[in-house]
Design a protein around this ligand. Sequence first.
Ligand SMILES: [Zn+2]
Length: 293
Amino acid sequence: MRYIEKTLEPKELSVWKEENKEVLQEKYQNESGKDLWKFMDSKTKTQLKITLMKEQGYLCCYCGKPLTKEKIHHVTIEHLDAKGTDNNKLRVYDYFNLLASCKGGSVIELHKVEAGETLESIANKYGVDVEHLEDAYIMTDFDKQNLKSYNPEDLKVGDRIVIVPLANGNEQHCNIKRDNKPVWKHPLQEDVATYFRYNREGEIITKNTEEEFFQTVNNLGLNDNQILNQDRKRIAEQADILLRRLYELYGADKENFIEKIKTLILKYESPDDGKLRPFSFVSVTVLEQRINA
Ligand SMILES: [Zn+2]
């Protein structure tokens, strides 16, 4: 995990809140956090997703997997104070409570709408809540390449909806795994990265014994996922190879060697064309560990 520095509330959210001020006030009184969130249209949500992705260098706020505009249906808006908990209701549209998360382990499916189908029957078929379909996208024959924002209330026979069914238990991580469980160590804490260490198997380890850290890792399924572990293992190995090369070249002069590592860290911390390298914080941590060794 890495620290995410929030910028100002983006215009699309401020404008939307202003336009819907009165309705929202009433909804805050009468509706659950989850229902409140449904009120925002999918077009505004998509804009918001893109803003959050940019802010995070196009990496999932928790696991560090890359997020892309092309696969935006794999991205979901995460509420750090969970929207499903009623005392967090007032934070549902609070920008400083929102992050972009991957849909942890889910694989997309394309569903062609048949006559007589309803949102409920489709949700049932894929074993998800109707609420899950709010992120659905449509593909038409004319527009196969460009996924359009889609209002799932507006089902037509022949529409093809991109659906992201839930992954199986062990494959879940991040937003999908977490649901409403607490996240004690999170990307809006400046020191969050210092809690995370990685061994050469790609597992998250820590010398810190705080129960809150372990709970967070478990609640987000960050350590019991084979694919994530493999990804982190590969990244840690690459960092090791780079370290070995640097050592061969500059190892004789310790000060110079450390400087070269620091330059490399800076590279991993700087977005290239707005994008950080996948799992960049794993590379950074491995490199920092070498400095402190
Ligand atoms: Zn993730």
